[in-house]
Write a protein that binds this ligand. Structure first.
Ligand code: GRG
Length: 292
């Protein structure tokens, strides 16, 4: 198997499906702004993870596609809001000017809101078309990871701790909530939709959290050492915003060490599934070794 070819095919599947949700309607500007950020690029790590877990567990990814798209909509809405002047005030994302730079702050806020809402419209409509406990559970898993007990709560903690010296516990709270939980939810939702037993779901939960935590530590390291052109976003954003990161709190050596340990543990848990060698293992390796 050529990893890049298979990954490209999976990304294309997600991108083609996403296209269906952005037919222009009135007021056109909001559809244009939502589509602009969705189509700007992005590695599609979360939706590809969700679909690949289904595949690994022997389920058809078809029924999981709306959930994969919803996860990407939630993630993209969080990036639009993260870049706003009131938050990180960044001008570059996915190699393109950020939403508020293109459309103004008012439309960017609303585009983020609309994308978030569209995620729930997409999942609830999938639940209606396929009314099983699994579809409802997958939606709950994703919703919980995105709210105050997940992505949004993590971001709040990030903001209220700007300019402050934070301890390891607060640092881990921020990373686990603002980043790891949505990655974990993507893996677990794939498991739920495949009808996996609780023992598999709990393994996916742990592997997803480990992977998501390693992913954010790497993101923090790349913010210091990475190449803005490759990353498609400005570097040194944490320092500019007086934000504490894994590197500023723990030091670069410890960051490297913990990132390696967590990635190895994630890889070993994902490897324990039958068929994980087909795609998930090289995909996890790709995610944890990225430099963009
Ligand atoms: C509106 C749901 C919602 C949330 C608002 C602003 C905010 C609350 C949360 C921001 C959380 C955030 C930006 C976490 C960082 C996660 C992270 C490392 C993102 C980069 O993900 P990649 O590398 O990006 O997968 P691409 O562009 O490839 O998709």
């Amino acid at each position: 198997m050529n990893f890049s070819t298979v990954y490209d095919a999976k990304r294309k599947l997600v991108n083609n499906e996403l296209e269906k949700y952005f037919l222009r309607r009135y007021p056109e500007i909001i559809y244009e702004a939502m589509y602009y950020s969705i189509a700007a690029g992005g590695k599609r790590i979360r939706p590809v993870l969700l679909l690949s877990v289904c595949e690994m567990l022997g389920a058809e990814p078809e029924a999981a596609l709306p959930f994969a798209c919803a996860v990407e909509m939630i993630h993209t809405s969080s990036l639009i809001h993260d870049d706003l002047p009131a938050l990180d005030n960044d001008s570059l994302r996915r190699g393109k000017p950020t939403s508020h730079v293109m459309f103004g702050e008012n439309i960017a806020i609303l585009a983020g809101d609309c994308l978030l809402n569209l995620a729930y419209e997409t999942m609830s409509s999938a639940c209606e078309k396929n009314p099983r406990l699994e579809t409802v559970r997958a939606m709950s898993e994703i919703a919980e990871a995105s709210g105050a007990a997940g992505l949004l709560g993590g971001q709040v903690s990030d903001i209220i701790n700007e300019n402050k010296k934070i301890d390891e516990q607060t640092l881990l709270y921020i990373i686990r909530n603002k980043t790891a939980k949505l990655i974990k939810a993507s893996a677990v939702a794939g498991g739920i939709l495949s009808g996996a037993p609780e023992s598999d779901l709990s393994k996916l939960r742990e592997a997803g959290m480990l992977l998501g935590t390693a992913f954010q530590i790497l993101d923090d390291m790349l913010d210091i050492t990475g190449d803005a052109a490759k990353l498609g976003k400005n570097t040194k954003s944490d320092a500019k915003n007086d934000k504490q990161s894994y590197v500023t709190v723990m030091g670069i050596e410890k960051a490297k060490q913990d990132y390696t340990t967590l990635s190895d543990e994630a890889l070993s848990l994902f490897s324990s599934f039958d068929n994980s060698g087909d795609f998930i293992v090289p995909f996890v390796e790709f995610i944890t070794k990225r430099d963009f």
